[in-house]
Design a protein around this ligand. Structure first.
Ligand SMILES: [Fe+2]
Length: 166
């Protein structure tokens, strides 16, 4: 696993200490890797799901992938606002992600829903922890970015998990 970049490369008028910026950039780049990685996994599910509920799940998975795309942009641009370098290429994400490799045996809708619940749960709970971690570091704006991401990820988790409940 490659180390996430933490360095502050550019100075800016954002009034946080260099040490705080560096620690926050580390959290942001770690979660950026998860988000970019999971987006490609959700696209895999969107493309390959089979079965009687194909169309509904094909559409649902695409909406979740679009949310992850937006979230990766929010995270990456917060890195650059703090003067860091956003590590968001597919290769960087693959090296640094904490998301499990996809279940390539998944075929039917329920298999893909279960695989995505597990992986989106990892992402949502890491983002939830990042709210506290960046808030304690004194960067409430980044904590707010992670609050927005957690709220959206929790909603997408609900949309997935409702298929497995009841
Ligand atoms: Fe598509």
């Amino acid at each position: 696993m490659a180390a996430a970049t933490t360095e502050v490369r550019f100075s800016s008028s954002v009034k946080l200490s260099e040490d705080t910026k560096s620690k926050v950039i580390e959290v942001l780049n770690a979660r950026l890797a998860d988000t970019v990685d999971l987006k490609t996994q959700v696209k895999h599910a969107h493309w390959n799901v089979k079965g009687i509920h194909f169309f509904q799940l094909h559409e649902l998975f695409d909406s979740i992938a679009a949310h992850l795309e937006d979230q990766s942009d929010l995270i990456a641009e917060r890195v650059t606002q703090l003067g860091g370098i956003a590590n968001g290429t597919a290769r960087q994400a693959a090296a640094d992600s904490t998301i499990k490799e996809y279940d390539f045996n998944a075929v039917k809708g329920e298999d893909h829903v279960r695989a995505l619940v597990q992986r989106l749960g990892t992402l949502a709970n890491a983002a939830r922890k990042a709210i506290d971690d960046t808030g304690k570091l004194g960067d409430q704006a980044t904590a707010d970015v992670f609050t927005e991401i957690t709220r959206a990820a929790d909603k997408d988790l609900w949309f997935l998990e409702a298929h497995l409940q009841g």
